[in-house]
Design a protein around this ligand. Structure first.
Ligand code: HDE
Length: 705
């Protein structure tokens, strides 16, 4: 039986302690606050009497169409979603500022680069590419790194990735590469994965993607955090100064805390343990006041350098190694504020490569040229109105005035008679040849044709250069990633075609992956338009391990502790980690916490099942001698230790933890990364080691894949 509807009441529940009555779902009244709590209204502003029961004919009868409040509420709910982005659907954003180091007036008239120390508000959105909005964070994928600078001369969007090259050379191939990587259309799987036939079929038929494939199969595609990855503008852009002189420029973001990635086996487990691992990481860092920071670097060069450089600077599948053309730091980006509302800001933010202020211009890179068309369309589709610039996240923060008007959801409407120019009324804005954007007057001529320039034809040399620039563990990871991905490809012909390409990149790599896949006969190397150059020097700047941090700062230690845990050790660890500006979490059999050896109660952050070691950069094991016995038969406790060891993490342990190490199967193989913690001094040396992040020397013995 339905409960009898109770008397209307207009109060919204206030803070629990001053409530007088609240209506339950059955309509019954509980005590809630009275007085000045605002009255719930409809979207039209009408006060609502009852938000718990729809209008019915009779106590148990049908719902009445007359119930405009119910209709409005459900109607609005039904329209809460907008189309997710066709690529980069899963993203996470934050606000911050860009601070210019010095005037770059010699190169660019862009206002944002004129005055040392000036701060420009910015919004950044990080993303994965292939997965849908609800997919997991640790997919093997490229990460978007899109920055909106709200400059005094309009918005500048630097819509980059964490990888400096791309799969294709011409924008006309973009729908193909994206169709190929997305779930296959007849079955709608796999989600957020490149490990399937369609993707590798396309790639194996597209030699220009080989350089990108090396990056995507490297640890760059499984970053530990947005905070520890680089960003790149990818294309060559132009700076243009007040004299209308152009300098080519490539943009790089470098994380202050150094680069770091996770292991593939770890990524797979993180996706189960915490699919929001990256967004939670950014959220926690910013909320705790540890604002992530990147330096903006530029590579500047002129036409002469471009003509002499061994690859075409318009080809987005090529880089200019930093050892050939050093980068110059020009400013820093600090993220210090989370959005107040995810939808309003992160979901509705509209980045567009064509948003450039005077002083920044495009090159003829055919991928960039195509992007400049695409982004406007996508915003109209997603946001539903040409007035998407009226949304606060997209509106410029500098004064702006124009005669664009009307359309769906127009929020800013012209006042007065004049909505055109020129006009005789002497009103309204006029164009300014001096202040306005002047496109760089590059000389362009040639026949109209569909052709790929000869200078874009070398597809293997820089792929090889990337591979030989990696440290041995990183090279192993590339081979393992290729083996894993191709093992998910069912058609042998696709696997073989890929091995044929790999043989062109590096014979040992191709052979290793071919053997690991169980190929009986090695294919011939793929036919190459241009033979792979063997003379390019390795570029150490391309290695994550070379660019890793020196300290544990910004990382997280997982401390497994039980009742009776040595209080002095727990406290020493917490103090040392905090001193390094790192974070920690206490993992205990019960989330409520544990009683340490000094009788004090310590609250835990996670129960054992909720805090597997994959969520931490290093672990410390501090069970008491009494409690350790209870952990030996617990699978999650054994996994906590065994995974940390297999993922080559540093493990600090109290003597009482030895039976657990034994049970996890690692007691016989303790190495320099497993450090006994006895006192504050050993804690200090443990912390010092942690800055190295991983014990890669252990990897061959644990056969981490
Ligand atoms: Fe994008 N890309 N893209 N892209 N892209 C989009 O715009 C496109 C490319 C990148 O956080 C879309 O708002 C084409 C390269 C980022 O909101 C769309 C081509 C790079 C983001 C689009 C490319 C990027 C996007 C989808 C080939 C690195 C997310 C939703 C010519 C330099 C921005 C949207 C955010 C988003 C088109 C290639 C980066 C469809 C046609 C290369 C970071 O407009």
């Amino acid at each position: 039986m339905a409960k009898k509807p109770s008397a209307p009441n207009n109060s919204k529940p206030a803070a629990i302690h001053d409530q007088k009555a609240i209506r339950g779902n059955g309509g019954e009244l509980h005590q809630i606050a009275e007085g000045d709590t605002p009255v719930l209204t409809t979207a039209q502003g009408g006060p609502v009497a009852d938000d718990q029961n729809s209008l019915r004919a009779g106590e148990r009868g049908p719902t009445l169409i007359e119930d405009f409040h119910f209709r409005e509420k459900i109607f609005h709910f039904d329209h809460e979603r907008i189309p997710e982005r066709v690529v980069h659907a899963r993203g996470y954003g934050a606000h911050g500022f860009f601070e210019t180091y010095e005037s770059l007036a010699a190169y660019t008239r862009a206002d944002v680069f004129q005055r040392a120390g000036e701060r420009t508000p910015a919004f950044v959105r990080f993303s994965t590419v292939a997965g849908s909005k609800g997919s997991f964070d640790l997919a093997r994928d490229v990460r978007g790194f899109a920055v909106k600078f709200y400059t005094k001369e309009g918005n500048w969007d630097l819509v980059g990735n964490n990888i400096p090259v791309f799969f294709i050379q011409d924008a006309i191939k973009f729908p193909d590469v994206i169709h190929a990587v997305k779930p296959e259309p007849d079955r709608e799987f796999p989600q957020a994965q490149s490990a399937h036939d369609n993707f590798w079929d396309f790639i194996s038929l597209t030699p220009e993607s080989m350089h990108m494939i090396m990056w995507v199969m490297s640890d760059r595609a499984i970053p530990r955090s947005f905070r520890f990855m680089e960003g790149f503008g990818v294309h060559t852009f132009r700076f243009v100064n007040a004299k209308d002189e152009s300098t080519f420029v490539k943009f790089h973001w470098k994380p202050k805390l150094g680069l770091q990635s996770v292991a593939w086996n770890e990524a797979v487990k993180i996706n189960g343990a915490d699919p929001d691992f990256h967004r939670r990481d950014l959220w926690q860092a910013i909320q705790s006041g540890n604002f992530p920071e990147w330096e903006l670097h530029v590579q500047l060069f002129d036409q002469d350098f471009a003509d002499k450089f061994e690859f075409d600077i318009l080809d987005p599948t090529k880089i200019i190694p930093e050892e050939v053309l050093p980068t110059k730091p020009v400013g820093r980006l600090v993220l210090d504020r989370m959005p107040e509302n995810f939808f309003a800001e992160t979901e509705q933010v509209a980045f567009m490569t064509q948003n450039v202020p005077p002083g920044i211009d495009f090159s003829d890179d055919p991928l960039l040229q195509g992007r400049n068309f695409s982004y406007l369309d996508t915003q109209l589709k997603r946001l539903g109105s040409p007035n998407f610039t009226h949304l606060p996240i997209n509106a410029p923060k500098c004064p702006f005035q124009h005669f664009q008007q009307d359309g769906h959801m127009a929020m800013r409407n012209p006042v007065g008679r004049v909505n055109y120019q020129p006009n005789s009324w002497g009103e309204g804005p006029r164009e300014s040849p001096m202040k306005g954007f002047r496109h760089f007057a590059s000389e362009e001529q040639g026949p109209k044709l569909r052709i790929r320039a000869e200078s874009f034809a070398d597809h293997y040399s820089q792929a090889r250069q990337f591979f030989i620039s990696q440290t041995p563990p990183e090279q192993r990871h590339i081979a393992d990633a290729l083996t894993f991905e191709l093992s998910k490809v069912q058609a042998p012909v696709i696997r073989e075609r890929m091995i044929a390409h790999l043989l062109n990149i590096d014979e040992t790599l191709g052979t290793k992956v071919g053997h690991a896949l169980g190929l009986k006969v090695m294919p011939k190397p793929a036919e190459a338009a241009v033979a792979t150059r063997q003379d390019l020097d390795p570029s150490p700047a391309l290695s994550i391990i070379e660019r890793g941090p020196k300290r544990f700062e910004g990382r997280k230690l997982g401390i497994l502790a039980t009742d009776g845990a040595d209080a002095a050790l727990v406290n020493a660890l917490i103090a040392a980690v905090t001193e390094q500006k790192a974070a920690f979490e206490l993992v205990s059999p019960k989330v409520g916490g544990f009683t340490a050896s000094d009788g004090k109660w310590i609250v835990a952050h996670q129960m054992l099942d909720g805090g597997p070691s994959v969520l931490y950069d290093a672990v410390a094991l501090l069970p008491s001698a009494e409690a350790v016995a209870d952990l030996l038969d617990v699978a999650t406790a054994r996994d906590f230790v065994a995974d940390a060891f297999a993922h080559c993490k540093y493990i600090g342990y109290a003597g009482a933890a030895l039976p657990l190490l034994q049970r996890a199967g690692i007691a016989e193989t303790l190495d320099e990364g497993t450090i006994e913690l006895t006192d504050a001094e050993s804690v200090a040396s443990f912390l010092k080691e942690l800055g190295k992040l991983r014990v890669w020397a252990r990897e061959p013995s644990v056969k981490l894949k």
